[in-house]
Ligand binder design. Structure first.
Ligand code: SAM
Length: 261
């Protein structure tokens, strides 16, 4: 099934064993990919389920599809990973969303920090959601990460207080902070996250990265008060769009190695 096309569906498109395709999806499957009546594809519901589906093309009715069977797939990380990223200037966040999705993040929270220059409109948010959906399809994920509405960093911290998060890290470009890899590799912190999997299949790790000008001292203090551990990603200063990719790659690698061992 590796070669079959993936198509992300909204929940309202599924009715019993039938899939209603949007006009855009019909165009994509029939005109762009040139699938024919009876051809198969993988339907994903963006929340962890995959199905093998068969396309139905009828001359008089809109194209639809029928679900044939559920596909067991294992492309998700063993823990939920949320990225909190201060918005960089320009279109830099497009790449952050695309790459973070490919690496396996389950939620992306864009935040406005004290040194953030960009205040995005709703069109940008819709664009990021589309990029996440396309990146999830391309990287054969079962889950399309949630792109949360941008809020102030201080609000993101208070919203986290109400959630059941296992490990929180704020990336700070200060060499005296412990390296994220050391923190993740510490027996205790990760075994806590993964042993929580017995009762809760998706415990969470949160990674926060700052804007071009960095976090202000009061933002770092606020994060520490909210339970975040300040961490380094090495001795070099990474761009605001590079730091999330480096941090998330370390998280994904350590989580996947823990599962293997
Ligand atoms: N002069 C800024 C400062 O001192 O924070 C540099 C900001 S850097 C361009 C943008 C963000 O990437 C930082 O706020 C931090 O979250 C992350 N970052 C960049 N390099 C890092 C490093 N070596 N270790 C940890 N985080 C880093």
């Amino acid at each position: 099934m590796a070669q079959l096309q993936r198509l992300a569906l909204a929940p309202e498109q599924l009715h019993n064993q039938h899939i209603h395709l949007t006009a855009e999806q019909q165009h994509y499957l029939c005109r762009v990919l040139r699938l024919r009546d009876g051809d198969r594809f993988i339907a994903i519901d963006c929340q962890g389920q995959w199905w093998l589906a068969r396309l139905h093309l009828a001359a008089v009715a809109p194209a639809g599809a029928e679900i044939l069977e559920r596909v067991p797939a294992q492309t998700e990380l063993p823990a939920g990973v949320r990225l909190i990223a201060a918005l960089p200037k320009g279109n830099g966040f497009d790449d952050v969303v695309r790459q973070a999705t490919e690496i396996g993040v389950t939620a992306i929270a864009p935040v406005l920090s004290e040194r953030t220059l960009l205040d995005p409109g709703t069109q940008k948010i819709e664009r990021w959601r589309r990029i996440a959906r396309e990146a999830a399809e391309q990287s054969e994920r079962q889950v399309v990460p949630a792109i949360l509405s941008p809020v102030l960093f201080s609000q993101a911290l208070s919203e986290l207080a109400a959630t059941d998060v296992s490990a929180l890290y704020i990336c700070v470009a200060r060499p005296e902070s412990p390296h994220l890899l050391d923190c993740l590799s510490e027996q205790q912190s990760l075994s806590q996250v993964l042993s929580a999997s017995d009762s809760n299949p998706r415990p969470s790790i949160v990674i926060a990265t700052g804007p071009e000008g960095g976090w202000t001292p009061s933002e770092v203090e606020g994060a520490i008060a909210a339970g975040f551990q300040p961490v380094s990603l090495g001795r070099r200063i990474l761009r605001a769009v590079t730091a999330p990719v480096v941090a998330l790659s370390l998280v994904a690698a350590v989580l996947e190695l823990q599962i293997k061992n």
